[in-house]
Design a protein around this ligand. Structure first.
Ligand SMILES: [Zn+2]
Length: 195
């Protein structure tokens, strides 16, 4: 799947939008990405999982791991394409990411960590830490979209299907705010309208 095809798919379902947005981090950006809007279609989820899996065809992968909640569907589809199993990490009662539900890793199992979007890469890094503490060996990391503007450096091989140039700013430094526009919070707004 070529980057331009992926971009078109995301734009067609409204998963990438242009405007003036306040991201969940509090930063402002002219670009909003919501992968759930494309992954809600099983045929697209399967297609994207296959495309991401293909990036790692030369690696031996025993397990795909992803951070809950956003990474679960994608991780499952990548594992389907590879023909291996998929596990996910999630917050425990103390708020720390952990491997729960009886998921186990055999010593030295090769693990591919996948996530939908990299902005800071924090969830992927946390997932890597949990997997390694559980005895797995993370051999690579992948994402559908990298919107970090080239700032990410993972200690293993990293592949994203699309590098999206999408600056974000501290609210006080946002050029659109300075021009008099007000940012919208796409996630919370759609929650209110559906309630
Ligand atoms: Zn702004």
């Amino acid at each position: 799947m070529r980057p331009e095809e992926l971009l078109k798919l995301f734009q067609n379902v409204g998963a990438i939008r242009q405007g003036h947005f306040e991201l969940s981090s509090g930063r402002h950006s002219a670009t909003y990405v919501q992968c759930a809007l494309v992954l809600q279609y099983p045929k697209y989820a399967e297609q994207l999982g296959r495309a991401l899996a293909a990036e790692f065809h030369d690696l031996k992968v025993d397990v795909v791991a992803s951070p809950a909640l956003g990474g679960i569907l994608l991780g499952h589809e990548v594992a389907r394409a590879i023909g291996c199993r998929a596990v996910f990490v999630e917050r425990d009662s103390t708020g720390r990411m952990a491997l729960r539900r009886g998921f186990e890793l055999s010593p030295q199992e090769s693990v591919l960590v996948v996530e939908d979007v990299w902005t800071t890469g924090g969830s992927t890094s946390e997932t890597m830490r949990v997997i390694e503490q559980a005895g797995g060996c993370v051999v690579a990391v992948g994402a559908l979209i990298d919107r970090s503007n080239g700032r990410l450096e993972f200690p293993v091989r990293a592949e994203a299907l699309l590098e999206l140039k999408a600056e974000s700013y501290e609210a006080a430094l946002c050029p659109q705010c300075r021009a008099g526009s007000t940012a919208v919070r796409p996630g919370s707004r759609s929650t209110r309208t559906s309630a």
